[in-house]
Design a protein around this ligand. Structure first.
Ligand SMILES: Nc1ncnc2c1ncn2[C@@H]1O[C@H](COP(=O)(O)OP(=O)(O)OP(=O)(O)O)[C@@H](O)[C@H]1O
Length: 710
């Protein structure tokens, strides 16, 4: 026996702790601190549990009515705190559960052992029921090697289709269900084995809990508490499990050394931001304490950066925090330019002065060519600006791949004066488009010498950060180990900034693909609904190849999303109000419900309607964090809810003409396809913000996204 005991806390313990009354939580907190200090002190009252399935489970007395359930293994100075509840309920829990070290993966598994063969009878499926077992191609030992508990093997081998497998979700530990689900979805067995059983060549001692708790697979459910401050932090925010319990696939990314840039993909809710934040912290820990080196953490919008900063405060120590600089990409670039004495005023697309220059330049468009105004804007953005074309000869020979409107050489020569004039007018007004300013920056910084503190950069929302920004990052962050860590998801690209990392000097090829596959946020039902909007759409992997959307799985199940169509605005709003009232009457907090709309104008309109019906509403503003303490329903645009999440979400007015917005249609077929994809992605983003329930409403004809029309 070692002198200091190892005290592990289960993730389930934090869940039941969070449900206790506040006064009771205080007592449990005091108890856990005392237990951690010395579990064998005379003040700790252990009681045997007659009906416990696992005789190593004992109860500990918190007070007259509450009990904790602790596992005291036969070997090693280790205790696992598993559960806390009212006396009878805690004993009942102990009667149903088991804790085992899995003989193949070596992970500590906690699961409901009540499952009987009768319950195991697979749920009949109405479609395509095949009598051939789903995993017939695999030997029992192969399934066990993936993490299936031996006691549940027979149930797994009987499964004949996916819905029967889903019925087993309730009884299998998540670390066993996940690889089975992914195997059934077509993932190669060997890859899953490597992912879920990195201990394949180890000899596993199924009694050695001290060794087992150090395995990444155990750490998704158990955490060794090492100091009082950490314990306090955990108990103060017991539901913020992302801070402590990382999935093994997340942990590998967070703590893995990389020779160069890394790109991590993952569908909505798979914990990309969580991984990016842990990675930034880990990188900060690796910095030389004597240096002034920093980790840059950047994302697309200001409000996302603010949210990340707030969450990093929960994760990091003061010292770690001081080494991480969080800033949205545009602000960071603007600041760099300022530092280099950049004289021009950088402006965005909707700037009035810029608009003025554009409108004046458009006076030069050739009357004989009947291109619509949108053609010139697209041509400017997608060809001239994207390739940084400076003069007519360059434009005449430039590639126009990706543009659907054909242009002869003569036509090119005729449209060029518009762009030339625009550049001249902007230069005279001392203005610069942000895109152009970034290219100026790249040239400036390439000349160097740079004395910037950044050793590593972590990039969130990589799918929306365009080529020029990535080129700039590559110029500023020195090449080397762990230099760039980029997370993103092409299915969520809602701004028009496509990137091929390889073309920005960021070489991620040749490394094992890194993808997060477990969705922690939305239910499987909502995830499938949100994915259906992207059915058949080709989505890129940020590096010019196609990304799949079939390979991720939600841990939670719930109701099917509700989809309703109404004849008019008034009846739609009445139904939304009824839905909100039903939720709040059920105890759902107002701020955990969000109504989402396609545009700001619609937000105003629906806010007015809800308020007129007595519902208090807070509208989320762009570029500002939601810091309101008001217990009110949230209302926001689809763009604004990016990166956020709510227990319940209503997507209102998902009607034809509004979703997608009909006035942004391009005349160019290629551009039209891209815009359609963006709008689908936007709807997908909105739908995947719902944690528990989603309602989608429309007035008149529903959006074609809901009707499965192209
Ligand atoms: N290891 C974990 N344990 C518990 N919760 C987790 C874990 N990882 C992520 N989560 C939770 O899952 C949700 C989604 O995480 P996160 O926002 O990082 O995902 P994301 O992939 O960045 O999502 P999106 O791309 O949709 O914005 C959050 O509520 C987060 O706290």
């Amino acid at each position: 026996m070692t002198a200091t005991p190892t005290i592990g806390m289960s993730s389930e313990f934090l869940t039941c702790f969070s449900k206790l009354p506040k006064t009771q939580q205080k007592k449990v907190e005091q108890f856990v601190a005392k237990f951690r200090d010395n579990p064998e002190s005379s003040g700790i009252n252990f009681e045997r549990i007659q009906q416990a399935r696992d005789k190593r489970m004992v109860s500990v007395r918190i007070d007259k009515t509450y009990r904790g359930i602790v596992l005291k293994p036969d070997v090693g100075n280790v205790y696992l705190i598993l559960w806390v509840d009212h006396h009878d309920k805690a004993y009942d829990w102990a009667a149903k559960h088991r804790v085992e070290i899995h003989p193949a993966t070596g992970s500590i598994q906690l699961f409901n052992a009540e499952y009987s063969e009768q319950e195991a009878t697979p749920v009949p499926s109405s479609v395509n029921t095949s009598e051939i077992p789903l995993f017939a191609a695999y030997k029992p030992e192969q399934l066990i090697a993936l993490g299936v508990p031996e006691s549940l093997l027979s149930a797994v081998t009987k499964v004949t289709n996916e819905s029967e497998l889903e019925a087993l979700d309730r009884v299998l530990p998540a670390e066993a269900y996940e690889p089975l689900f992914l195997l059934a979805a077509g993932e190669p067995y060997e890859e899953l084995l490597a992912e879920y059983n990195p201990a394949a060549n180890e000899t596993i001692d199924t009694e050695d809990f001290v060794g087992a708790i150090t395995r990444a697979a155990s750490q998704r459910n158990f955490h060794v508490v090492t100091d009082d401050l950490e314990l306090q932090k955990m108990l103060n925010a017991p539901l913020e499990k992302w801070r402590i319990f990382l999935h093994p696939s997340q942990r590998r990314l967070v703590e893995g050394h990389a020779k160069g840039p890394q790109r991590v993909l993952g569908g909505a809710g798979t914990g990309k931001t969580v991984v990016a934040m842990h990675r930034a912290r880990w990188l900060a820990q690796q910095l030389d304490p004597a240096s002034n080196d920093k980790v840059l953490f950047t994302t697309f919008t200001k409000n996302l950066a603010l949210d990340i900063e707030a969450n990093l405060k929960k994760l990091c120590s003061k010292e770690e925090l001081a080494r991480i600089e969080v800033i949205n990409i545009d602000a960071w670039i603007a600041r760099l330019l300022k530092r280099y004495d950049y004289q021009l005023q950088v402006v965005y697309e909707n700037d009035d002065h810029r608009r003025d220059c554009w409108d004046k330049a458009m006076a030069l468009r050739p009357e004989e060519l009947s291109f619509p105004d949108s053609f010139y804007e697209e041509e400017w953005r997608l060809v001239v600006q994207a390739q940084q074309l400076r003069d007519r000869p360059d434009y005449l020979k430039a590639s126009r791949v990706g543009r659907g409107t054909r242009l002869s050489r003569v036509e090119r020569a005729k449209v060029w004066p518009v762009f030339e004039q625009y550049r001249n007018l902007m230069a005279m007004a001392q203005l610069r488009d942000f895109q152009d300013a970034m290219h100026d920056g790249i040239k400036l910084f390439q000349k160097g010498p740079l004395t910037l503190p950044y050793k590593h950069a972590v990039v969130d929302e990589g799918q929306d950060i365009g080529s020029a920004a990535f080129q700039l990052l590559r110029t500023v962050i020195p090449e080397g180990a762990n230099d760039l860590f980029i997370v993103g998801d092409g299915h969520q690209r809602i701004y028009r900034h496509k990137v091929v990392l390889g073309r920005c000097g960021i070489n991620i090829r040749g490394r094992r693909s890194k993808k997060l596959k477990i969705n922690y946020r939305t239910t499987e039902e909502t995830k499938r609904f949100a994915m259906a909007v992207l059915q058949g759409v080709k989505v890129d992997d940020l590096d010019g190849k196609t990304d799949s959307n079939q390979d991720y799985l939600s841990l939670a199940h719930g109701e099917q999303p509700q989809v309703h169509t109404f004849s008019d605005f008034k009846t739609e709003l009445d139904a939304i109000v009824e839905h909100i009232r039903a939720l709040t009457n059920d105890g759902v907090a107002e701020h955990a419900i969000c109504v989402v709309l396609r545009t700001n104008n619609k937000c105003d309109k629906y806010q007015g309607g809800l308020e007129a019906r007595g519902i208090s509403v807070v509208q989320l503003q762009s570029n500002r964090s939601d810091t309101s303490l008001e217990q009110s329903i949230r209302i926001a645009t689809m763009h604004r809810v990016k990166g956020l999440e709510f227990q319940y979400l209503v997507i209102a007015d998902a009607s034809a003409g509004t979703v997608p917005l009909d006035f942004i249609r391009s005349n160019d077929p290629v551009e039209q396809r891209e815009q359609d994809l963006n709008e689908r992605a936007l709807f997908h983003v909105a739908a995947t913000r719902a944690m528990k329930g989603l309602m989608v409403t429309s007035v008149g004809k529903p959006s074609r996204f809901l009707l499965n029309e192209k």
